[in-house]
Design a protein. Sequence first.
Length: 201
Amino acid sequence: MTLKEKSWRILLFSDQYITMVTNTLEMAIKSGNPSVIISNNFISEKYFANKIKYCDYSIIISLLFLFYHWIELVLKGFLLVLVKEDTDINKIAHHNVIKLLKEFKNNFSNEKDIINFFEKYIKKNNMPNLLKMFFNKNNLSVRNYYNFFRYPLDKNFNIKYDYSIIQHTNKEGLTFFKDLLKDINRYKKHIVRLGRSLNNK
């Protein structure tokens, strides 16, 4: 399998992650992201579970993991076509999206739309306030997303991260969901275009 074929395979694979993200965002927006459930009638467990199914405290952690994993896959898909020797593989054989984005910028500097989109969610100073507050509160960097969006514990099974800042956010979370979906829909076409362009060369 050629590098182009491998690149295309990764990009196609990544599409399943972002499809899950966008489908979930659409349902979360439709639900209105309520932080509490109020009813004049008795609230059954089934009713409650249905109402919170797409609220931020039910989905936000896994949603963000899928979103950042998609970014990682996309960047690796683009960078894979540039591999010429083993040292090039080492530059992309990790989960650090900050380093991957830096490599992408070095090699695809004309792709301003893609760079701006990814920097909005990778560089802390550019992030939506909700994300920035979460990363600051936990003293985290996106480069380690693979750990803290998969496990709430450290290697000694001690509670390590506080997710409360991105849960039960009501209108602020709803705005975040809407903006993220809008950004994905706006910039994904540039990603698809570049992927097709690389594959057709």
